[in-house]
Design a protein around this ligand. Structure first.
Ligand code: ADP
Ligand code: ZN
Length: 520
């Protein structure tokens, strides 16, 4: 006998209504069908499997890579009167056997399991003896080898479909891009599952991106002016930097804690615990921090370094304002970030194709930094939502960007790409435009090109910015088959023929955004 989901929502969880499409997802599972759910962080994924697990007879088995959070999740459920447990490597053997007994006896509503555990024959045998309500595969993008959260143990989860064909399964993630979604469906045998893709807009988050010049002082100024009494997260690229920045903020009188994978487990757990329980704490962290963190009142997320993809930026900034109240996503970025990230990518041991895919993702992120139009529009377009109006709650909407007529420069840049055969990268193209005399120029006889030396009115940095913006707006594409050469795209025809004009962004300045009507 199944219980009514709405009744469970109200009486167990204390919420008056579902956030669509939670209700439809829950019904799908209650009726024994599979579901694939793409929902932004903070959207309310947990209830999508917790409620059907309670509603259906038997136990809902949740596979999650977030071992550190299982204890917290289970305690929270127990406080609501839900019979929950977890099995992972942190559990003492007799505690684990107790959970196993409860599972088989049908005394659990929800069981959280680490993926590596599920790959043991022993666990599968155990599950065969137990009454099961459903399988939920959380953070399902971990099955994707393209993403940065890949876990080999997730690859085995496809076997659930074979071992337990009659038990409904739900896979959940906040990662939206099409390739990852297809990979999840295929690897987890969910190609027949009903797909739910929930809107990505987070209207209460104000997006701001500013050029780097003395980033620590910029950060300090931002926090003091707008979030002096708030909780927030500051993301840095390196472990060392998280500790330095945390120390700097402490010197300035703030409560700032570092968090990265190199800290002892107890320190990490302690800092995370303080962040979740106390007010006015700033977590200075690498990307190791955040997956699965449920703190609704994070008022700002600041990036001192460029994230390596739009997906990462969206996911990290999405940790702000989960309660729906105004929050700020603030970032400083500089050319150094791009160089550093590119170096990290080229030194990684992925395949060439993988490196190129990463490079493309970084270019899209840069595109978001350099646009002159609404950031939210661009962000949402990236996730496939094309028809949002300008948001009036991002820096470029609130303080329109200083632009210049880049038509002539763009035309020179594009014809330089064309004349040199559409196979060279930015550095070499800039060298041609500036009329540099170097070995590569001579090797290809490029001093003979009509575009050689025609770009003296701009310096190398400005030319690079022109090229980046042309890539960002889709006039040029980076060749992913070859070695990152730039190619003309259909859309640049108008510019080349002198029929279209283009406004380019002037070097980013520190923009102090006023609060918009959304951000009171
Ligand atoms: P996700 O896993 O998608 O990041 P969570 O499941 O952690 O999000 O939910 C985010 C927050 O929203 C939680 O605090 C949760 O209790 C709350 N929430 C989820 N669904 C509802 C609802 N229908 N009504 C009110 N609050 C909800
Ligand atoms: Zn906007």
């Amino acid at each position: 006998m199944t219980q009514d989901p709405l009744h469970i929502l109200k009486h167990t969880f204390g919420y008056p209504s579902f956030r669509p499409p939670q209700d439809v997802i829950i019904d799908t599972l209650v009726q024994g069908q599979d579901a694939l759910v793409i929902m932004p962080t903070g959207g309310g994924k947990s209830l999508c499997y917790q409620i059907p697990a309670i509603a259906r007879p038997g136990c809902g088995v949740v596979i999650s890579p977030l071992i550190a959070l299982m204890q917290d999740q289970v305690s929270a459920l127990e406080q609501l009167g839900v019979r929950a447990g977890f099995l992972n490597s942190t559990l003492a053997p007799d505690a684990a056997s107790a959970i196993e007994r409860q599972l088989v006896a049908g005394e659990l509503d929800l069981l959280y399991i680490a993926p590596e555990r599920l790959n043991q024959a022993r666990t599968i045998n155990l599950l065969r003896q137990a009454p099961l309500a459903l399988f939920a595969i959380d953070e399902a993008h971990c099955v994707s080898q393209w993403g940065h959260d890949f876990r080999a143990d997730y690859l085995q989860l496809g076997l659930l479909a074979e071992e337990f064909p009659e038990i409904p399964r739900i896979a959940l993630t906040a990662t939206a891009d099409g390739r990852t979604r297809a990979e999840i469906a295929e690897r987890l045998h969910l190609t027949q599952a009903r797909e739910f893709i929930v809107g990505f807009d987070r209207p209460n988050i104000q997006y701001r991106i500013t050029g780097k010049n003395n980033p620590r002082q910029q950060l300090l100024g931002f926090i003091r002016a707008e979030h002096a009494a708030d909780s927030g997260i500051v993301y840095c690229l390196s472990r060392k930097k998280t500790e330095e920045v945390a120390a700097f903020l402490r010197q300035e009188g703030m409560t700032a804690l570092p968090y990265h994978a190199g800290l002892p487990a107890e320190t990490r757990a302690h800092n995370q615990h303080r962040f979740l329980r106390e007010d006015n704490i700033i977590m200075v962290a690498t990307v190791a921090f955040g997956m699965g963190i449920d703190k609704p009142d994070v008022r700002f997320v600041a990036h001192l370094d460029l994230p390596k993809s739009v997906e990462a930026y969206y996911q990290e900034t999405g940790r702000a304002g989960r309660d729906g109240a105004p929050a700020t996503a603030w970032m400083t970025y500089g050319y150094q970030d791009v160089i550093l990230l590119s170096q990290m990518m080229s030194q990684s041991d992925g395949s060439l194709a993988h490196k190129q895919a990463e490079r493309q993702k970084l270019d899209a992120m840069l595109g978001l930094c350099e646009i002159t139009s609404c950031r939210r529009q661009t962000l949402l377009r990236y996730f496939g939502e094309a028809d949002h109006p300008p948001c009036n709650n991002c820096d470029t909407c609130i303080n329109p960007v200083d632009t210049w007529d880049g038509t002539e420069a763009a035309r020179k840049a594009l014809s330089c790409v064309y004349r040199s055969g559409q196979r060279f990268g930015v550095s070499h193209l800039v060298d041609i435009l500036l009329g540099k005399d170097n070995q590569k120029i001579r090797q290809f006889d490029h001093q003979q090109l009509s575009t050689f030396g025609i770009g003296a009115e701009l310096d190398a940095n400005q030319w690079r910015s022109v090229f980046r913006q042309l890539v960002a707006r889709g006039y040029l594409a980076v060749d992913t088959e070859g070695y990152g050469g730039l190619k003309l795209q259909e859309s640049c025809r108008g510019l080349l023929k002198g029929e279209a004009r283009i406004e380019l962004r002037r070097d980013t300045k520190d923009i102090k955004a006023k609060r918009s009507k959304h951000g009171q």
